[in-house]
Design a protein around this ligand. Structure first.
Ligand code: PLP
Length: 348
């Protein structure tokens, strides 16, 4: 992999952090109605939550234009990334995925004995779809596409991706991770979920962790053909890992379209502010379509990470192509102002 990361080798005092910009969390959520629903749900915690799971599945199915047997829930999309990897790679095989990309599913596939065939992103940080299609061979068990991509924040053109998915899914299932999709102004038209409704072997993952502001509450889902869902749920259970509070919260959150619209708006304002501030210092930022952005820094990555945390600002530092990069999540406007001021001080 060309992607590496400097992890903090010092204790992190979360309560002392003045800007927590390291984990692509939504600083505004959950919505007030969601908090209320969760508080009320606590009292029914003696019961298993299968009924709530079915309610949420029905709501998601309606939103996505499919029947409920196309939906599988998990405690966060991580659970589903891992379950797909566990069930697909138990007998080895290879996974085709971009480099750099989000490593969760790829790492689990490799742990199961699978081989990763990395395909570098194009010069404008899109997935190199022709190269990914050419990489398919008789051992390929899955293609993973993260769109928009993490940690680059970049996007792959929806029309190109649709064409690719329609064609390549004839040969192997395609997992499209849409964790950040809802930060786009035209999310519905950029989603690959329509291909699932057409019967294509595409698995679309979504999460309540980002635009819904529920990262700590752990709810995510995949949309795939009933046969593909069945191939997973025949081996591992779906709703047994979910808790009624989070499910009731997610059910309430499905109705919070105004809240999500506000989050989307604040996110793009903060992105604009941060991009301008950092670009005016001479840095080259990859255009972001997500709730974070990444840019190469001049300072030593490990020292930069330590200095930012010492000032109470949490960020991530990646090593891509032997260069050190700062990835910063969008917090509130005042957190972004702190980030910019701290960045200036640390790199001065
Ligand atoms: N997919 C991508 C691309 C992510 O960036 C993340 C989290 O940052 C996840 C999936 C997992 O999120 P969760 O397990 O909270 O749904």
């Amino acid at each position: 992999s060309i992607l590496g990361e400097y992890l903090p080798d010092f204790p992190i005092a979360e309560p002392k952090m003045v800007a927590r910009l390291n984990a692509n969390e939504n600083p505004y959520g959950p919505a007030p109605q969601v908090i209320k629903a969760i508080a009320e749900a606590a009292a029914s915690g003696n019961r298993y939550a299968h009924g709530d799971a079915n309610t949420l599945i029905s709501m998601i199915a309606e939103k996505e234009g499919v029947t409920p047997d196309h939906i599988m829930l998990g405690p966060g999309s991580t659970d589903l990334l891992e379950k797909v990897a566990i069930t697909r790679f138990q007998h080895g095989g290879n996974i085709i995925a971009a480099d750099p990309s989000y490593m969760s599913l790829i790492n689990t596939a490799q742990s199961m004995g699978g081989t990763w065939k990395p395909v570098p992103l194009t010069d404008d940080y899109a997935h190199d779809l022709p190269a990914m299609e050419s990489a398919i061979d008789s051992e390929t068990k899955l293609i993973y596409v993260c769109n928009p991509n993490n940690p680059t924040g970049s996007i792959t053109h929806a029309a190109d991706l649709k064409k690719f998915c329609a064609s390549a899914s004839e040969k192997t299932p395609i997992f499209v991770d849409e964790a950040y999709l809802e930060f786009l102004d035209d999310a519905a038209s950029q989603s690959m979920v329509g291909l699932v409704a057409e019967g294509k072997d595409v698995i679309v993952a979504r999460t309540f962790s980002k635009i819904h502001g529920m990262a700590g509450l752990r709810i995510g889902y995949i949309v795939a053909t009933p046969e593909r869902i069945e191939s997973i749920t025949s081996m591992v259970r779906s709703t047994m890992g979910l808790c009624s509070t989070s499910l009731k919260g997610a059910i309430a959150s499905m109705k919070e379209t105004q809240f999500m619209g506000e989050c989307r708006g604040y996110n793009s304002e903060c992105r604009e502010f941060t991009r301008n501030a950092i670009a005016s210092l001479g840095y080259d930022i990859i255009p972001s379509y997500t709730s974070f952005m990444i840019f190469p820094i001049e300072m030593n990555g490990k020292e930069f990470l330590k200095a930012m945390y010492d000032s109470g600002v949490g960020i991530r530092v990646f090593d891509i192509n032997n260069k050190d990069w700062c990835r910063v999540s969008m917090g509130t406007k005042s957190e972004m102002e702190i980030f910019v001021e701290t960045f200036k001080k640390v790199t001065a």
